[in-house]
Design a protein around this ligand. Structure first.
Ligand SMILES: [Mn+2]
Length: 347
């Protein structure tokens, strides 16, 4: 069978068709609607080529993704991480770094794999697959490949991919031309736009109790720093990092950093404002994550606005690496308020 699509898309089709043994699709930890939409559509691509695939989530699904599956009347299609051992070849979707693969990293990296992703810095990509930082989402990359191959996603998958695009582009605020092209194709394929909007907006107004507590704790512990005229907030948090950091950005921080201790590692989550992007150039969140990973030995990746890194280093060393990134931009860090994050993050 020969398929159209881009050259990279054709290579993915080749891998899906020819890979020996058990074929699996991996998403990132805490998989969001974009990761789930892209994974479901790659699975349908594989099925159209006569291949069965297993979907593996290293650390479960994020709330919005779960709510969408529920609204679609679909069971969670992902197997737990211990299934990863049985996989012989992989397609990794929407995932930028080893740390985002969590417990399945070793099972994936030892095998043949392709990457489909849109992050500005992707440290997993080794030439096989499609990494397009110009795309607003991974779902739109796969949607346009499917269209070029003459494949139509099922209604459920089309709806999940549409949700992925809307979620990752923050309701089209960060949309690219390819986002809208893909949306047109998904709507023609039967995607349920109203269901996506009602599910994604309903989730917003019903923040769970534990997430509210995490936000308030995260804000109350935060240290506040100044670099040039950028405001930087650093906090110590173990859960709902994205939600806490978005709250800090909403309160006025240009860069918000969440530090979380895990046994022998430190996980760092970063969010940056548009203004930080203008002042610092490049893709600040992703650049800080890469800088930390390079300086301290670990992995990191992400977008201009959101990124993450995981290193075997102490929180204070992480803060030192961030200060050295800012110094490389000619900015010195001044303390406005130390907060309690250092105490909270030391054991
Ligand atoms: Mn994404």
């Amino acid at each position: 069978m020969s398929l159209g699509g881009s050259t990279a898309g054709a290579r993915i089709a080749e891998l899906l068709r020819d890979a020996k043994g058990t074929l699996c699709i991996a998403v990132h930890r805490n998989a969001d609607p974009d990761a789930v939409g892209a994974a479901l559509s790659v699975a349908e691509m594989a099925q159209s080529l006569g291949r069965e695939v297993h979907l593996i989530a290293p650390e479960g699904l994020e709330r919005a993704a779960k709510e969408l599956l529920k609204a679609l009347g679909k069971e969670n299609p992902f197997s737990p991480p211990n299934m990863a051992e049985a996989c012989d070849a992989w397609v990794i979707v929407d995932t930028a770094s080893i740390s985002q693969l969590g417990p399945i990293a070793d099972a994936v990296l030892g095998k043949e794999y392709a990457v489909i992703d849109h992050h500005a810095r992707n440290s997993l990509y080794q030439g096989k697959g499609i990494v397009d930082p110009e795309a607003g989402s991974s779902s739109e990359i796969v949607a346009l490949e499917m269209e070029a191959m003459g494949l139509k996603p099922s209604k459920t998958t089309a709806t999940m991919m549409l949700a992925g695009i809307i979620y990752d582009t923050r309701f089209f605020r960060l949309a690219k031309p390819t986002s809208f092209r893909a949306v047109a194709y998904l709507l023609e394929s039967g995607a349920d736009y109203r269901l996506v909007l009602s599910t994604l907006t309903k989730g917003r107004n019903s923040v769970p109790y534990s997430e509210k507590v995490a936000r308030l704790k995260g804000v109350s512990r935060a240290g506040i720093y100044r670099a040039g005229d950028l405001l930087i907030a650093v906090t110590c948090i173990g859960a709902y990092e994205g939600s806490v950091l978005n709250a800090l950005i909403d309160l006025g921080a240009d860069i918000a950093i969440g530090i979380s201790r895990r046994k022998d590692r430190t996980r760092v989550t970063i969010r940056s404002s548009k203004r930080a992007e203008e002042v610092l150039g490049g893709a600040p969140s992703a650049d800080i994550a890469s800088h930390i990973a390079t300086a301290l030995g670990g992995s990191g990746g992400g977008h201009a606005g959101a990124a993450g890194a995981e290193v075997r280093a102490e929180p204070l060393e992480v803060w030192g690496a961030i200060a050295s990134y800012l110094a490389s931009k000619g900015l010195r860090v001044k303390v406005l308020e130390e907060g309690r994050w250092k105490e909270e993050c030391s054991d």
